[in-house]
Structure formats: structure tokens, C-alpha cells
Ligand binder design. Structure first.
Ligand SMILES: CC(=O)N[C@H]1[C@@H](OP(=O)(O)OP(=O)(O)OC[C@H]2O[C@@H](n3ccc(=O)[nH]c3=O)[C@H](O)[C@@H]2O)O[C@H](CO)[C@@H](O)[C@@H]1O[C@H](C)C(=O)N[C@@H](C)C(=O)N[C@H](CCC(=O)O)C(=O)O
Length: 483
């Protein structure tokens, strides 16, 4: 594609060089340049992409999109000066791939918890309704049956447009995607046209990146601020920031609630270890998903599907048959009826939700044993909070490692221990090795006791000092139950 065609919708401040040159790739990493690449220099959190312009040119870049020109401009290279290079990369990526988001119905889901569940449920629902669909999620990207591994909750703008373009070519009518706050902040969704946006909830997470809770709210809100008039904006009326999200949106506003307000109302009538009975806008339904948090997820999915024009009865019939996505309250039963639950809960709020659900569901003297850790090089503030929640809502807690990355696991565990009170100390074990921690939980559990292994869910690796080795909580729990 000609550079001029890529740039036609971009607010350009100045150009040096010619724009009728052929561009075969857009790339923001100087280590991945090919011949005729447009290199986009993005100021990062670690280094500034502008420092790599020279290297990108040496590797074959013929054009550079940047926020400031280098001191020396090289002949035969075209330099385009813009205000915000990450944002302009999104627009250019859209142009490069023929703006696929305009030709499919794209729905984004944002919020601290529930994004994966809602996006995956919508994907499965709409496929069962007979449509070809695509999914962009933390667990995996998917084009119909084809699974494409995912690296981020929301990938960079070039990758998103590439995936959407493949989805469009394969005939997808609907694409459901998670929109992380990082993605909004880093302009990964710039230039996309959404048909709808869903907000789940917002609680403490990612303060390592956003620094303050206010910034985090603003980042999430940025998604709704960019929705067009033709889109719907569906918010959780029961979340105290639900309304704030939609303050400045041009989209048509709707809400869902379990507290009898809003457009889509639900009421939990019964909730057991194997299902959830709800009244959804006057219709009684049994779902295979478990817990109050799933009642919210189901209601959001129902609301979005109605707003996309589907028949209420069809939606509920299909939803009642859907199972939880991988690593979301997944159950593993031992022969002696010990109950294992593997859940991705890796924020204080998500952990609390899962443990409260377990507490509501347990019967008689069933003990709850929680195995939990916190990631390294991420929000340290949540470490004591998660330990505290685990202690308050479990009979036994085993603190362990969860992707320590470049930190020492013991340092992370010491941060977690700060949330354990003196009286709680006697029910807390600290076992750094996650495999041993899971084994210990299985040993301590009696018949019918419940073991929650929290934090990794669908993830199948443990990241230690940048090396990812295979580790799967479900597999480990299964083995521990057989030992
Ligand atoms: C904190 C964060 O989001 N970091 C992202 C960010 O990295 P950065 O700003 O630190 O980049 P940098 O290393 O400073 O480099 C700046 C620029 O120089 C370029 N560069 C750098 C080195 C070089 O040799 N050549 C070169 O061109 C880089 O490509 C980049 O464009 O920009 C990079 C390029 O876009 C991203 O890959 C990277 O995501 C990292 C890998 C990441 O894991 N992010 C996670 C936290 C994330 O995005 N998570 C969210 C949500 C999670 C959730 O909800 O749980 C997600 O959507 O996945």
C-alpha cells in the first residue's frame, strides 16, 4: 500500500520526504523491521522508541512516523511528524488492513473483572445463534474454531487490525474483544469502530501502571468516550463507577443490574455448586455457571445480545447450556469427593468474589483451603490485601508463588504476609514452590472439602526470571488428588 493511502486520515503536523512509496509493514519495534516498513517511534515506559529510528532505518524501514524529527534526516527516508504516534499508528493500521472494524460488528468489554467471561460467553452464544464469530481475549484469540494464542488481553493496534482483517476475510459477522485499561491508555484501540461497549466493574488493579485509582477509572472511561453515536454503551448500574463510565459517551446508554434498576434486570433465586437460578427480565432460567459474579456476567451478555437484535428466549435458552470458560471457576473432583476449583482470580476483588461464592455454596462442615500468590513486577499494593481476604474467607491458606518474574518469590510472600493478622497466622502456610503448595492443600483436605487454587486459571506457565516453564494448576491439582 502507498504511504499516502496509509496516512490520509492521520492528523499530520509535517512531512519530510515523499509519500508515494510502497509500504509493506507497520512496526513499532526496531527489532522486527522488514524491507519497506513504516517504523512508528513510540515513547515507552522503559525506553523511547525515538532512540531506535536509526536502527530501524538500517534494518530496512523506509518511512518513520514520530513525535519529533531526529537531528539528522536521511535522504530517501520519509519522516512524518505527528502529535501522538501510538494513536496515529492505530489509524494507519486500520487503513493498512482496510478498516476491518467498520465491516464487522465489534463489541468491546472493559472492567476489572469479568471481561474474559463476558467476551467468551458472547462469542459462544453468537456462534450457537448461527453467526460466524471472532474473539480477542486474554485466554486466546479465536476465529471460529481456529485458536490463535494470545499474548495480551488486548494486543497492539497493528495486531488487532491484522486479526480483525483475518476474521472479516473468514466471514465473521461479530467480533467480541476484551479492552484492557492498558490498551486504552496506550492507544491500542485507536481508530477502531465499535458497535458496542460493555462495562463490568472497577476495583483496585494495575496501580503499578496507572499509579492512581482515578487514572485507572479515566483509562477505562476513555473507551466509552470513543464510542460512536451508532453504538450502545452498556454499564453495570450496581457498580459505583458504572454511571461515570458513560458520562461523555456519544453512544446510546443502557444498564444492567441485580438490584432492580436499569434496562436489564436480574435476580438470583438459587445458587449451588452446580448451577445458578435467575430471573432475567421476568423469565426464570437455570444456568450452568456458578456464583453471583456470573449472574452479573450473564446479565451483561443477555443485555448486549438483546441490544444486538437477538430474541430474548433464544438467548436465554442457549445461555442456560453454556459452560464456564477455561480457568473460570473450573471444578476438578477427586474420587473421594474433595472438590478442587481453579480460578483466574488475581485481584483482591476477584478473590473476594470467588471466596464469597464458595462460602455461600458450601454445606455443613466443608473446609475451604485457598492456595494463592501474587505476581512479581506488578502492583505491590494488592499483595497484603489478597492475603487478608484469603485469610478472612478460608479455613486454611497456603501462600505461594504466582509468576514471580524478576522479583524474589520470598519478597513477594513477605509483602503478602503483611496482610495476615497475628490471630490468623496459625492457619497460614507459606510454601514457595506452587506444585508443593497444591500438593499440601490436597493432603490437608478431607472428603468434600473445597480447595481453591487462585490466580493462574487458564495460564499454563510459571514465569520465573523471564523464563516461562510449563505449569498448569488444573493438571497439578488432578495429580495431587491421585497421589
Ligand atoms: C506496561 C506495558 O503495557 N508495556 C507495553 C509497552 O512497553 P513499554 O512502553 O515499556 O515499551 P518500551 O520497552 O519502553 O519501549 C518503547 C518503544 O520502543 C520500542 N523499542 C524498544 C526496544 C528496542 O530495541 N527497539 C524498539 O523499537 C518498543 O517497541 C516500544 O514501541 O509497549 C510495548 C509495545 O507496545 C508492549 O509490548 C508492552 O506490554 C508489555 C509487554 C505487557 O506485558 N503489558 C501488560 C502489562 C499489558 O498490556 N497488560 C494488559 C492488561 C492486563 C490485564 O488486564 O490483566 C493487556 O492488555 O494485556
Amino acid at each position: 500500500m502507498l504511504l499516502s493511502e496509509l496516512l490520509y486520515t492521520i492528523p499530520i503536523k509535517s512531512v519530510s520526504g515523499i509519500t508515494d512509496i510502497e509500504i509493506s509493514k507497520i512496526e513499532f519495534d526496531s527489532r522486527k523491521i522488514e524491507l519497506n516498513t513504516l517504523f512508528v517511534a513510540i515513547p515507552g515506559t522503559q525506553v523511547d522508541g525515538h532512540n531506535f529510528i536509526q536502527k530501524a532505518i538500517e534494518s530496512g524501514a523506509t518511512a518513520v512516523l514520530c513525535e519529533r524529527f531526529p537531528e539528522v534526516l536521511i535522504d530517501n527516508i520519509t519522516y512524518i511528524l505527528v502529535e501522538n504516534s501510538a494513536k496515529c499508528m492505530g489509524i494507519a493500521a486500520g487503513n493498512f488492513y482496510g478498516n476491518p472494524s467498520r465491516n464487522i460488528t465489534l463489541v468491546g468489554v472493559t472492567g476489572t473483572n469479568g471481561k474474559t467471561s463476558i467476551a467468551t460467553l458472547l462469542f459462544n452464544l453468537f456462534r450457537k445463534l448461527g453467526y460466524k464469530c471472532g474473539l480477542l481475549s486474554t485466554v486466546q484469540n479465536q476465529v471460529e474454531d481456529e485458536v490463535i494464542p494470545s499474548t495480551h488481553t488486548t494486543p497492539d493496534s497493528v495486531k488487532i487490525n491484522e486479526l480483525l482483517s483475518t476474521m472479516q476475510q473468514k466471514g465473521c459477522i461479530y467480533v467480541f474483544m476484551e479492552v484492557s485499561s492498558h490498551a486504552v491508555e496506550m492507544q491500542r484501540i485507536a481508530g477502531l469502530t465499535f458497535a458496542g461497549g460493555i462495562f463490568t466493574n472497577i476495583t483496585q488493579d494495575h496501580l503499578d501502571f496507572h499509579l492512581t485509582f482515578d487514572n485507572y477509572i479515566k483509562a477505562k472511561k476513555g473507551f466509552f468516550d470513543m464510542l460512536p453515536k451508532t453504538a450502545f454503551a452498556l454499564t453495570n448500574a450496581d457498580d459505583k463507577n458504572g454511571k461515570v463510565m458513560l458520562q461523555n459517551t456519544a453512544a446510546t446508554k443502557y444498564s444492567y443490574s441485580l438490584k432492580n434498576i436499569g434496562n436489564f434486570k436480574g435476580k438470583v433465586m438459587d445458587c449451588g455448586l452446580f448451577g445458578l437460578q435467575m430471573d432475567v427480565n421476568g423469565q426464570e432460567v437455570w444456568f450452568k455457571l456458578i456464583g453471583n459474579f456470573n449472574a452479573y456476567n450473564l446479565l451483561a451478555v443477555y443485555g448486549a445480545a438483546v441490544l444486538l437484535g437477538e430474541n430474548s428466549e433464544n438467548i436465554l435458552t442457549i445461555l442456560s447450556e453454556l459452560k464456564p470458560p477455561p480457568g473460570r471457576f473450573e471444578q476438578i473432583l477427586a474420587a473421594d469427593r474433595r472438590v478442587g476449583i481453579v480460578d483466574y482470580a488475581h485481584t483482591p476483588d476477584a478473590l473476594q468474589n470467588v471466596l464469597e461464592t464458595i462460602k455461600d455454596l458450601r454445606e455443613g462442615n466443608q473446609k475451604v483451603i485457598t492456595v494463592v500468590g501474587c505476581g512479581g513486577n506488578r502492583d505491590k499494593g494488592k499483595r497484603p490485601l489478597m492475603a487478608k481476604i484469603a485469610c478472612e474467607l478460608s479455613d486454611i491458606v497456603i501462600l505461594t508463588s504466582d509468576n514471580p518474574r524478576n522479583e524474589e518469590p520470598e519478597d513477594i510472600l513477605a509483602d503478602m504476609q503483611a496482610g495476615v493478622s497475628i490471630t490468623q497466622k496459625r492457619k497460614v502456610f507459606q510454601i514457595t514452590d506452587r506444585r508443593e503448595a497444591i500438593k499440601k492443600a490436597a493432603e490437608l483436605a478431607g472428603s468434600q472439602d473445597i480447595i481453591l487454587v487462585a490466580g493462574k486459571g487458564h495460564e499454563t506457565y510459571q514465569d520465573v526470571k523471564g523464563v516461562k516453564s510449563h505449569f498448569d494448576d488444573k493438571e497439578e491439582l488432578g495429580l495431587a488428588f491421585k497421589a
